[in-house]
Design a protein around this ligand. Structure first.
Ligand SMILES: Cc1cc2nc3c(=O)[nH]c(=O)nc-3n(C[C@H](O)[C@H](O)[C@H](O)COP(=O)(O)OP(=O)(O)OC[C@H]3O[C@@H](n4cnc5c(N)ncnc54)[C@H](O)[C@@H]3O)c2cc1C
Length: 437
């Protein structure tokens, strides 16, 4: 028996889910956001990832300009390319909570997991919840914002997991925050700039190499990566590397977190041998292991690495991606970073958000339909915020239009709403009526 009825249900409260829920609720449809963790935030908050990845094209024009701008407004004001664009995860969490609380038609249930899906002939009829809220809930349209395609998979969608040739997944990382270092003892103390951060990484490398040479760490990485927090008083180290983590097998995530924490402590001990870090503190190791990839749901169109690297345009574009193809080696060797060539971005088509064989589910997180290579680019928060925002508008239009199949929603109408709200879109727009644009 269905206990509660909404217009749109969003499953998962990371950047894709928050943007999806906001975009749907701003159309004044009744939205429920369900998050398994005790708070919204997902990877971008609880795995502390730090860098605000490319959201501009080569001419400096924002290509992720909607809710992403509301999340990181300072990054849009900053024009100095020498500064490293980063954020504080607690500030992002507060921003999510503030934006979600401002929507009168939006309800958020945390500590609540979708455990089962009732499906009839390609249509999701209801979801069963476990945790702080229990029972069956139902909606006209559902967003899968679980990162790993958990909802679509429970509804029977096909998926890819890992590299096409061998199923291996990108390495995972336990990030950690360090404060209390003395920048004046560094060769370049302006740690908020790229020059200084690269210089700092080079300064720390001999200490890490020594650790490796002595066999005192199991970290397979060859280098040290860290980013400054805004203000430059703390650093986030994104420098551990755990192989064999598959988010669809929770035991690998548990073991991976243990291994990541071990590597983090080993690296921290090594860097405190640098005079600038003699009094440094390890503020925290992120509580959630940073898992870079999970299921990629098979959709009506699979975005490929070639699409990204040829800056491909699509008639049904609803979002754009501009971040490099950034493959963290699943076998532990060097990472591979390939820049998106000029003009610096590619289109993400609506068809990649629609799981093949399902009628009323829209993919709203990194689990959209794409190849291993393409995912290595669009998985970052700038692109996924755009995907989530478009998914939320699509679901709202499906509900308001009374459509039985999400494919009846016109991408040009989605673009119209997005454009009216300030998002970057390209292509024809089709005016459409919503209670609120
Ligand atoms: C180590 C690391 C470093 C990174 N560095 C950067 C960076 O510097 N910059 C950048 O932009 N990106 C970075 N990324 C990528 C980026 O952070 C993520 O890809 C992105 O945040 C994913 O957002 P999402 O909304 O798809 O998923 P998530 O943020 O993972 O959210 C998914 C949510 O769904 C919930 N959920 C799952 N199943 C259920 C269920 N059944 N019921 C209810 N809730 C459920 C989960 O609890 C989770 O909160 C990094 C990633 C990693 C791992």
């Amino acid at each position: 028996m269905v206990e509660t009825q909404y217009d749109v249900i969003v499953v998962g409260g990371g950047v894709g889910g928050v943007c999806g829920a906001l975009a749907a609720a701003r159309s004044r449809v009744r939205v429920l956001l369900v998050e398994a963790a005790p708070a919204v935030g997902g990877t971008g908050v609880f795995s502390s990832v730090s860098l605000i990845c490319d959201f501009r094209d080569d001419d400096g024009r924002p290509i992720n300009n909607g809710i992403h701008r509301e999340l990181f407004p300072e990054a849009y004001l900053r024009v100095n390319p020498r500064m490293v664009p980063t954020y504080d995860e607690q500030a992002l969490r507060a921003r999510y909570e503030q934006l979600l609380a401002a929507e009168p038609t939006l309800t958020v249930w945390t500590g609540t997991r979708v455990a089962e899906v009732r499906i009839d002939d390609g249509r999701v009829e209801a979801l069963r919840l476990e945790g702080d809220h229990e029972g069956w809930i139902s909606a006209s349209a559902y967003l899968d914002a679980t990162a790993d395609g958990n909802l679509a998979q429970m509804a029977g969608a096909d998926f890819w997991l890992g590299r096409e040739q061998d199923g291996l997944l990108q390495s995972a990382t336990a990030t950690f925050k360090v404060s209390g270092f003395d920048p004046e003892l560094l060769i370049d103390p302006r740690v908020e700039t790229w020059d200084a951060i690269f210089s700092l990484r080079r300064e720390l490398l001999p200490y890490y190499r020594e650790l490796k040479d002595k066999g005192l760490t199991s970290n397979p990485r060859e280098d040290v990566t860290c980013f400054p927090y805004p203000g430059g008083k703390s650093l986030l180290f994104n420098s551990t590397s755990v192989l064999g983590v598959d988010p669809t097998r929770p035991e690998t995530v548990r073991a991976g977190l243990e291994e990541g924490e071990k590597q983090a402590r080993e690296l921290f001990a090594a860097i405190t041998r640098h005079p600038a870090f003699a009094d440094a503190t390890l503020d925290f190791i992120s509580p959630k292991l940073g898992v870079r990839e999970g299921r990629r749901i098979v959709g009506d169109y699979e975005l490929t690495g070639e699409d990204c690297l040829s800056c491909r345009r699509f008639d049904d574009m609803i979002a754009a991606g501009g971040y490099d193809v950034d493959v963290h080696n699943p076998e532990g060797g060097k990472s591979r970073l390939t820049r998106i060539p000029s003009p610096g971005y590619y289109h993400i088509p609506l068809r990649s958000l629609i799981p093949r064989g399902l009628l009323n589910v829209v993919l709203s997180s990194r689990c959209i339909s794409g190849s291993y290579e393409a995912h290595a680019s669009y998985r970052v928060m700038s692109s996924i915020s755009g995907v989530g925002e478009a998914a939320g508008v699509t679901a709202a239009l499906m509900h308001v239009g009374g459509f039985g199949d999400v494919r009846e929603v016109d991408a040009a109408a989605v673009r119209y709403v997005l454009q009216m709200r300030g998002q970057f879109v390209e292509g024809r727009v089709e005016p459409v009526e919503l209670p609120v644009i």
